[in-house]
Design a protein around this ligand. Structure first.
Ligand SMILES: Cc1ncc(COP(=O)(O)O)c(C=O)c1O
Length: 377
């Protein structure tokens, strides 16, 4: 029996426990828990990480970040927002929450990211924005999406859902620095996770950043004076202090994930599983996509059987995502039918994420691949 979890957060915590506890103590001693110097300092650290290409604003979660951006763009009833159906729920629910219309564009078979050709076909005069999810840590085809927008001749905002991709890059540009706005999550399982919920909005435009700043504080630029209706959606000072310790380690963790992914590719190449196991897209031609593998997601035959087999051997896996968003009952009003987004629907049946976390040992990776090979033998 192995003990190989999908993710081992304790291992990373142990590497930094002293520093993290000291940072938390600093906040406890200050008793300043809402906004304040820790949040401001973390936002400056994030802006430096993004090469000064965007403003950074902490908020309460990645889901809240998406809602804040749509609100700040003034998107609402009568507007259409194009999203991929193969993603986490919040990618689409944010559109419903602001009263706008969800328009589904299927994903590409290889990368499982939103397909620019599908997007181009879905643009109408009412399209206001596109949410480009960088699924599993590999960025979407940002040039393809920009070309689709340009061809429409309309003003359409490209929003990056970077919840899984902080540290990834496309043609040398980091995620959150290409679209007009970016949204990321510090949910514990993300590559940069905090100790609860947390998120970040990035904005390339100062005026947009200003609107998000006001909206995350109940729409009040000055406390108790409200010109617009906003949310209570701030990043906690404790989370900001923790994130300040973790951020300098992020690139190293991403490198470890990339090395683990490369080792999996070598190990799978030695098996004869090609017909049954499809490996995730890699960095692509010329390394255009710097993939940071928030997940190493396989597409496999008989997924549920394989998952049970691995679980019985003590190997953790997860299914992202078992039901594509366009077929969720809560979005029935979009009128989407089974068969409408076939790539997403096939991925939902075949996807299985295997452990790729920093600190995973080569011998553990060998055990994972052996266990998969033994299932199909
Ligand atoms: C693609 C994507 N978008 C948005 C979110 C929402 O982030 P949060 O869980 O911080 O609200 C997540 C997190 O799971 C995600 O994976």
């Amino acid at each position: 029996m192995h003990h190989i979890p999908l993710l081992d957060l304790k291992l990373l915590y142990d590497r930094q426990a002293g520093e993290i506890r000291a940072a938390m103590d600093r906040v406890l001693e200050s008793q300043e828990f809402i906004m304040g110097p820790e949040v401001a300092a973390f936002e400056r650290d994030m802006e430096a990480f993004l090469g000064g290409e965007a403003r950074a604003l902490g908020c309460s979660s990645g889901s809240a970040a998406l809602v804040l951006v749509l609100m700040a763009l003034g998107i609402g009833p009568g507007d259409e927002v194009i999203v991929p159906p193969y993603s986490f729920f919040a990618t689409a629910s944010c559109v419903a929450l602001v009263g706008a219309t969800i328009v589904w564009a299927d994903v590409e078979p290889g990368s499982l990211n939103i397909d620019p050709a599908q997007v181009a076909a879905k643009i109408t005069p009412r399209t206001r924005a596109i949410v480009a999810v960088h699924l599993f840590g590999r960025m979407a085809d940002m040039d393809g999406l920009a070309a689709a927008v340009a061809a429409s001749g309309q003003e359409i905002t490209l929003i990056e859902d970077a919840a899984q991709s902080l540290g990834a890059a496309y043609k040398g540009r980091r995620s959150c620095t290409i679209g007009e706005a970016g949204c990321t999550s510090f949910f514990p399982s993300k590559n940069l996770g905090c100790f609860g919920d947390g998120g970040l909005v990035t904005a390339r435009d100062e005026a947009l950043a200003k609107r998000v700043d006001i909206l995350r504080k109940h729409g009040a630029e000055q406390k108790y004076f409200h010109d617009v209706v906003g949310l209570n959606s701030r990043l906690d000072a404790l989370q900001a202090a923790i994130l300040r310790v973790k951020l300098p380690a992020l690139q190293g963790w991403c490198d470890e994930r990339r090395a683990n992914a490369a080792r999996y590719r070598d190990l799978f190449a030695q098996t004869r599983l090609d017909a049954r196991v499809t490996l995730p897209a890699d960095d692509g031609p010329d390394g255009a996509y710097h993939h940071i593998y928030n997940q190493f997601n396989l597409l496999v035959d008989d997924r549920d059987g394989l998952q049970a087999h691995l679980k019985a051997q003590g190997i953790g896996t997860a299914v992202y995502y078992p039901r594509p968003l366009h077929l969720q009952p809560c979005f029935a009003s979009t009128g989407a039918q089974p068969g409408e987004c076939p790539v997403s629907e096939a991925a939902a049946l075949r996807a299985l994420a295997i452990p790729v976390y920093p600190g995973l040992e080569p011998a553990q990776q060998e055990a994972v691949v052996e266990a998969i090979a033994s299932y199909y033998a």
